[in-house]
Design a protein around this ligand. Structure first.
Ligand SMILES: *[C@@H]1O[C@H](CO)[C@@H](O)[C@H](O)[C@H]1NC(C)=O
Ligand SMILES: *[C@@H]1O[C@H](CO)[C@@H](O)[C@H](O)[C@H]1NC(C)=O
Ligand SMILES: *[C@@H]1O[C@H](CO)[C@@H](O)[C@H](O)[C@H]1NC(C)=O
Ligand SMILES: *[C@@H]1O[C@H](CO)[C@@H](O)[C@H](O)[C@H]1NC(C)=O
Ligand SMILES: *[C@@H]1O[C@H](CO)[C@@H](O)[C@H](O)[C@H]1NC(C)=O
Ligand SMILES: *[C@@H]1O[C@H](CO)[C@@H](O)[C@H](O)[C@H]1NC(C)=O
Ligand SMILES: *[C@@H]1O[C@H](CO)[C@@H](O)[C@H](O)[C@H]1NC(C)=O
Ligand SMILES: *[C@@H]1O[C@H](CO)[C@@H](O)[C@H](O)[C@H]1NC(C)=O
Ligand SMILES: *[C@@H]1O[C@H](CO)[C@@H](O)[C@H](O)[C@H]1NC(C)=O
Length: 717
């Protein structure tokens, strides 16, 4: 079982300086104590496994010839559910937030199912133990301790729990990501992969059934940077350097390469994640709002970007270095800013968007698996791919909004913004009133509720059973509100309630109310954001300044235009219906599916309309406006929240109490903070001997009691 050693709930709430000082102190103390009490070696009992293990095909192993690898394709994948919507429907839904005649009858079925994905390793398998021993780096290195690999059949029950919660019709396929090892005696490409004891191996290997077993040797691939080619020798070299792997971050950085998926929407589980109640697909994803990303916006779960971090020295096996590095990688492409933790529970990842993140950051994704073990420091830095892939969507959405406004709407075919055009843009931000001002104070927009039950009904989509939709990209850029508003003004799990608590009031009623004073959201400074006013400039330069160089400009401009678009919709960002409609020059430069440059550094990227966009084909009759709408739609998302519990299994006594508490919370629908939905049982067992056996018993009986129903790909007893 893969485990993080560090989880954010454990961090105390402190001010920054105190925090840094006390953290450094705590770590020094920790390192000291760690050495005092560390057992001589976690691996002493493994000596006898130095023998060559000769495993071929048996009940729990599968031998196969590893295929000749080729790099991940750089072809951009379209999103099937969005393809199913007509141009008229996306105009109606994305631009105006209405689901009526143009959308009625749209077949959304492609967006209404998910594939479950589980990372798993059997750490008690002699083959795995021998391989681990063989590959462990020579230098003294704090490795994952052996207790991290203890088995209680978590995978089986984690999968059962997900299937019980979602049902076969919503989760049509489940994927197991398992490890494989080179044959110790074979010269060629023969590999032996692990197979869970309880799994019907023959079914899982067809690639066509409800369960698909993937071995790392099959799907681990590097990805080329634009303009470079990886020869097959280079690709093979990379594979030699990364496989076998003992690092969950490496596995997560390769999820975008799995095949045999039955839907674009993946839900990624660690094998110690469990779901406790009936869930709808909309708890994870909808074709209306995009993936539901669960974040923690507490101050203590905020990560500052860092190219390198001292955490890599102090707690190299923890999550911190990979997350901060991911934030830095995002920052080089979008803008440096802190990001928040993605909760340690089932996580929604849309395969086409995750693939696109890898295409955008080939180096980060290709380097991560070079750490065979979590804590290696003689290789390039790793990223936490789930964190990167989640915030990637949020950043692309912001970029799409700003690009549509600056480059498509105002830059137009000329790609030039004259001073007069810039005056008009300023006027638009000012709402047509205060154009002589050099500062614009932008109010918090008043918007319709996120989750529109009428639309769910019309589109025949079940409402989420357990998830609060806290923020939707239909209301702009989530982090600008988090940056500019006090936590107590953000009641929706860290995000603001943009209906102002006046649901049922339209904004015109609201703003006509003489007593209504909208709160200030942010300020746009003309000089900082619009540049030296007497100069013409290219739309590309203007876009890069507000979007990336002075990101607060872009954040606030998004907020202003969201407010100006009314209670719903994003009309103000979009070029008008005629723009580009009869201009053949767009047709062969815009791409389908719509996306902006897949480069990893904004400073060296050209975003101008004819040059920047990679060559591709656009349906000849698609307008520039529709292209922009589909670009923005591609990156739609919801930030949501679910009642969840992350529990460290340490001692039998505590566990017994906890198990009965959980059973109660699941039965009692009226538990104070809502029914408990996600559970993570983090294995950090401290007990030994009889008590340790007691823990094993407790877990197994809890699992059997909660999820007794067998899946149809389990072996007969
Ligand atoms: C909707 O599309 C799916 C595949 O995309 C297809 O299997 C299904 O039959 C369609 N449903 C209707 C009612 O057309
Ligand atoms: C490897 O070991 C297996 C099982 O012991 C044996 O059948 C096979 O011939 C060996 N292969 C080589 C290349 O030595
Ligand atoms: C893991 O490997 C051990 C040793 O081969 C085996 O007893 C156990 O059943 C395996 N567990 C699973 C889930 O496959
Ligand atoms: C990479 O390979 C493709 C096709 O094999 C070729 O068209 C392209 O020019 C090559 N690019 C470079 C940079 O070598
Ligand atoms: C700026 O653009 C306007 C309109 O395109 C043009 O008339 C003017 O000459 C330009 N000014 C400069 C300094 O290039
Ligand atoms: C609504 O969806 C359900 C499945 O979720 C399906 O059985 C039913 O036929 C659909 N109704 C309509 C009107 O499409
Ligand atoms: C709408 O706003 C007005 C004035 O703020 C208030 O009196 C009224 O109760 C609100 N209506 C609803 C349905 O909330
Ligand atoms: C991005 O480009 C800038 C300017 O060319 C350069 O200074 C910076 O090092 C680049 N960043 C990365 C990560 O390559
Ligand atoms: C574009 O052309 C296709 C096929 O000819 C047609 O189905 C579609 O309705 C057209 N779209 C618009 C916006 O004219």
């Amino acid at each position: 079982m893969f485990q993080p050693t560090w989880l954010p709930r454990r961090r105390p709430l402190l001010h920054k300086a105190t925090f840094v000082a006390s953290t450094v102190f705590a770590w020094l103390l920790f390192v000291h104590i760690h050495y005092l009490f560390a057992k001589p070696s976690t691996y002493t009992h493994l000596d006898e496994t130095q023998l060559q293990v000769q495993v071929q095909e048996d009940e729990t192993h599968h031998s196969f010839q590893s295929i000749d690898p080729c790099p991940t394709s750089r072809e951009v994948l379209s999103i099937k559910a969005y393809e199913a919507m007509s141009d008229e429907c996306v105009e109606e839904w994305v631009a105006h937030h209405q689901w009526s005649s143009a959308c009625t009858g749209t077949n959304l079925s492609e967006g209404l199912k998910v594939d479950g994905v589980w990372a798993w390793v059997n750490g008690t398998d002699p083959l795995q133990i021998a391989a681990r021993e063989q590959y462990k780096p020579g230098t003294a290195m704090k490795m994952d301790a052996a207790h991290r690999y203890v088995e209680h059949n978590e995978l089986l029950y984690s999968m059962r729990s997900a299937l019980t919660s979602l049902g076969n019709e919503n989760m049509q396929r489940m994927h197991i990501l398992a490890s494989a090892y080179r044959h110790s005696n074979a010269s060629g490409k023969m590999m032996t992969g692990q197979v869970p004891t309880w799994l019907e191996k023959a079914k899982a290997l067809t690639g066509e059934s409800a369960v698909v077993l993937h071995h790392d040797a099959d799907y681990f691939k590097p990805i080329e940077s634009p303009g470079t080619n990886l020869s097959s020798e280079k690709t093979q070299e990379w594979r030699e350097a990364v496989l076998p792997t003992f690092n969950s971050l490496a596995v997560e950085a390769q999820i975008q390469n799995i095949d045999h998926v039955s839907s674009d929407q993946l839900v990624y589980f660690n094998d110690d994640f469990f779901t406790l109640r009936k869930l709808a697909v909309s708890d994870f994803t909808t074709p209306l709002y995009g993936p539901v990303i669960k974040t923690l916006t507490r101050f203590t779960s905020m990560y500052l970007p860092a190219k390198k971090t001292i955490w890599r020295t102090f707690n190299p096996a923890g999550e911190e270095p990979g997350i901060k590095r991911a934030a830095w990688v995002l920052g080089m492409r979008f803008s440096m800013r802190p990001y928040y933790y993605i909760t340690h529970h089932p996580r929604t990842l849309w395969l086409p968007l995750l693939r696109e993140a890898a295409q955008t950051f080939p180096e980060a994704f290709t380097n991560t698996p070079l750490s065979r073990f979590r804590a290696q420091d003689d290789v390039p830095a790793s990223i936490q791919a789930v964190f990167l892939g989640s915030w990637y969507v949020v950043e692309r959405h912001r970029e799409a909004l700003l690009w549509s406004w600056v480059v498509a709407k105002w830059g137009g075919t000329s790609g030039e913004l004259s001073t007069m055009t810039k005056d008009d843009m300023w006027e638009e931000l000012a709402g047509g009133t205060a154009s002589s001002k050099s500062l614009l104070h932008i109010s918090v927009p008043v918007r319709a509720p996120i989750l529109d039950t009428e639309v769910f009904k019309k589109a025949n989509i079940s409402l989420p059973t357990s998830t609060e939709y806290s923020f939707s990209s239909k209301d702009g850029y989530a982090l600008s509100y988090v940056d500019s508003m006090w936590p107590w003004n953000r009641p929706r799990h860290g995000y603001p309630d943009l209906t102002s608590g006046l649901m049922g009031n339209t904004s015109s009623q609201l703003t006509q109310d003489p007593n209504f004073v909208a709160a200030n959201a942010c300020v746009i400074n003309r000089l900082t954001c619009f540049g030296v006013s007497q100069e013409n400039e290219t739309a590309n330069d203007f876009f890069k300044r507000i979007a990336f160089e002075n990101p607060r400009c872009g954040d606030c401009i998004v907020t202003a235009l969201i407010g100006a678009s009314g209670v719903s919709g994003i009309d103000k960002f979009l070029p008008d219906h005629l723009a580009g409609a009869d201009s053949a020059s767009y047709s062969d430069t815009l791409t389908s599916p719509p996306h902006l440059p897949l480069t990893s550094n904004w400073t060296t990227t050209d975003f101008s309309m004819p040059d920047a966009i990679p060559k591709g084909s656009l349906p000849a009759n698609m307008t520039l406006r529709t292209w922009c709408i589909r670009l923005i739609q591609r990156y739609s998302y919801v930030l949501g929240s679910v009642e969840s519990d992350l529990y460290k299994v340490e001692r039998a006594g505590d566990l017994e109490v906890k198990m009965s508490e959980i059973e109660l919370k699941v039965q009692e629908d009226g538990w104070a903070r809502g029914p408990l939905t996600f559970l993570c049982l983090n294995d950090d067992i401290k007990d030994t001997g009889k008590l340790r056996n007691r823990i094993d018993e407790l877990l197994v009986s809890f699992f059997e009691k909660m999820w007794p129903d067998r899946m149809n790909f389990e072996k007969e007893d």
